[in-house]
Design a protein around this ligand. Structure first.
Ligand code: SF4
Length: 391
């Protein structure tokens, strides 16, 4: 078996472990370690890590469990992620976690945070509401107070001294992870035939629940192994996938889209790990690392449907991204009933229309089992772009 097959096997084992055995093993290796679950799309990972807590992104259960009790908490006309996430908790799969954080991405996540407080009173539960204003002074003060509060509360639980030096070290650790994410993104752009979207996705999902430097080392191991493949480029179009930032599509759907004639060279599937994620990146600032984190959050990151976009730059940013990645078009892939992704599409497609960038759109659920129509749509889109340069 080749090295890359060995790594992919390890990644699949991690992905399939719904109970986060590796997270429990990490916690058991030293006293005081915590693990905090984070719903997509945003979590202040540096702050958690500095407090001795491993951030663990919980992105639903996909098609790997049946949701029964989770369904009972929600109406039928919302997305699937909150149901399966709740089902994971109710079945005990999240027992390795000491708490959960819920970002203010939509009403669904906000409601889930309340349900979680009732269902899991033993958990540290926190709802994070990032600033929704361009007024910098009040946004800075408000968000800093939020992050400080989280930092001190988690330090109390882990028994760690809330020393700013821990924040500086955590910021440095996540900078290493982001540099690895950039190497991965670049390698995919250069030779997507050697880095199938499904594998890159598995690798990024592993980073959802790993210490940042360990993940960076894993990325480099994978890149070295994948480069040995020496596959030849096929006649496929290059696409950016947009809108799948929260509830995740089944892995088989990614494979179906690629086999239909596309190379996915860019996506927002695990936005938190992207090279230009919406997460605060921080700058070297030993005197006040919390200030650096807050500053970076307010100033940087990729525009997205779940982030306040005062300047309305999301459409232009997407067009720029298409050009920068050399993509031939865009696939809008949104979870059914996902208001943020679906309401954002018109302003994005308007810019793409003006720029002459072709696109197609479909919806999915994390437990979708039928891919034939999506495969046909993607195949037709790819052929159209190849034949006429526009769908
Ligand atoms: S998939 Fe969309 S609607 Fe559902 S929880 Fe995520 S952001 Fe909210």
């Amino acid at each position: 078996m080749s090295e890359v097959d060995v790594i992919v096997g390890e990644l699949e084992a991690r992905f399939d472990d719904l109970s986060y055995g590796h997270v429990r093993a990490w916690k058991d290796a030293a006293p005081g370690r915590l693990a905090i679950g984070c719903l997509p799309v945003f979590a202040p990972r540096e702050v958690l890590w500095a407090a001795g807590a491993l951030p663990v992104f919980v992105r639903g259960a996909g098609d790997r469990i049946d949701t029964v009790r989770g369904d009972a908490f929600f109406q039928s006309y919302i997305c699937h992620l909150p149901r399966s996430s709740l089902e994971l908790g109710l079945l005990g799969h999240l027992d390795a976690l000491d708490g959960m954080m819920f970002p203010n991405t939509c009403d669904v996540i906000r409601n889930l945070s309340g349900i979680w407080q009732d269902a899991f009173p033993q958990h540290f539960v926190r709802f994070i509401d990032p600033p929704q204003t361009g007024e910098r002074a009040s946004a800075t003060g408000y968000f800093r107070a939020e992050l400080e509060d989280i930092f001190h509360e988690l330090c109390t639980r882990s028994g760690r001294d809330p020393d700013p030096a821990h924040l500086a070290a955590a910021t440095a650790d996540y900078r290493v992870a982001r540099q690895a994410a950039r190497r991965l993104a670049l390698a995919r752009l250069e030779a997507p035939w050697n880095l199938p979207a499904d594998e890159v996705y598995l690798l990024r999902r592993a980073g959802d629940a790993m210490p940042p430097r360990d993940w960076a080392a894993l990325v480099d191991r994978y890149l070295a192994a994948a480069a040995e493949r020496g596959r030849r480029a096929e006649d496929r179009i290059r696409v950016c996938v947009v809108g799948a930032f929260c509830e995740q599509p089944p892995r088989a759907l990614l494979r179906a889209a690629e086999r239909a004639g596309c190379y996915i060279v860019d996506d927002d599937l695990t936005m938190q790990l992207d090279a230009d994620a919406i997460e605060p990146t921080g700058e070297p600032d030993d005197a006040d690392p919390m200030a650096a984190l807050v500053r970076a959050w307010l100033a940087g990151g990729r525009p997205s449907a779940v982030r306040y976009d005062e300047a309305g730059r999301a459409g232009r940013a997407l067009a720029d991204r298409v050009r920068a990645t050399g993509a031939d078009g865009v696939i809008f892939a949104a979870p059914s009933f996902c208001d943020p992704a679906l309401l954002d599409q018109p302003r994005l497609t308007g810019v793409l229309d003006a720029a002459g960038i072709p696109y197609m759109a479909f919806k999915y659920a994390e437990n979708t089992g039928q891919f034939q129509s999506i495969r046909e749509q993607a195949g037709t889109f790819a052929d159209s772009v190849k034949l006429w340069g526009a769908a």
